[in-house]
Design a protein around this ligand. Sequence first.
Ligand code: SAH
Length: 219
Amino acid sequence: MMQDTYKHKGLRQQMVEGLRRKGISDEAVLQAMADVPRHWFIDSALDAYAYEDRALKIGCEQTISHPSTVAMQSQLLAVQPGMKVLEIGTGSGYQTAVLCRMGAKVFSVERQKGLFDHTRRLLADLRYRAKCFLGDGYKGLQEVNYGPYDRIIVTCGAPEVPPSLMAQLKVGGIMVIPLGEGEQEMLRITKQGEAREQWLVEKFGTYSFVPMLDGRQMR
Ligand code: SAH
């Protein structure tokens, strides 16, 4: 049984105030992060750190992103209720849950079977209605066609902007993607038309994500 105690709620409120101080101003994002118990998405041994602004290990050599990174990506994504959002890198499922809480229809791809199995079940148990898929998100979601998507969020460091991901984004849609090897630059790409010249690229600072791995590196 997952508990959400007064202590957790209080720490979570403090986390949200911290996000405000760091410049997050989108009330829908702040509300969703005030609502979703982040400690449910990490190992209970790390419970005490759940509401600090840090990344934590989630197994399979992966990490749950910093709360401030989740907030920043969610804010840049400018999600409206009912939008179809494709997420690459389900990981712990925390970002997935935040997007669900904001009213998005989330389709999430994870390449590691261990994390995929664990997180799909967790999200279902917690009644977050995301659709989870096992696969190489570099290619987007190709096994089943729910696209094109209003929004695409990548939560692993991509060596380049994956062409098939851009193809699965609606015209008028937005992709938020950390780009680069080692360190990444957070990009927001607004697809104003099909042609590359019509993609508006904006930069939002430097981050450090686990790398996006391709199918050959799958375990
Ligand atoms: N938003 C997640 C981030 C987890 S870290 C969270 O906060 O918990 C990034 C995740 O991307 C890892 O789980 C990793 O396994 C996954 N990943 C890496 N390369 C991928 C790929 N090509 N396709 C899908 N998922 C990938």
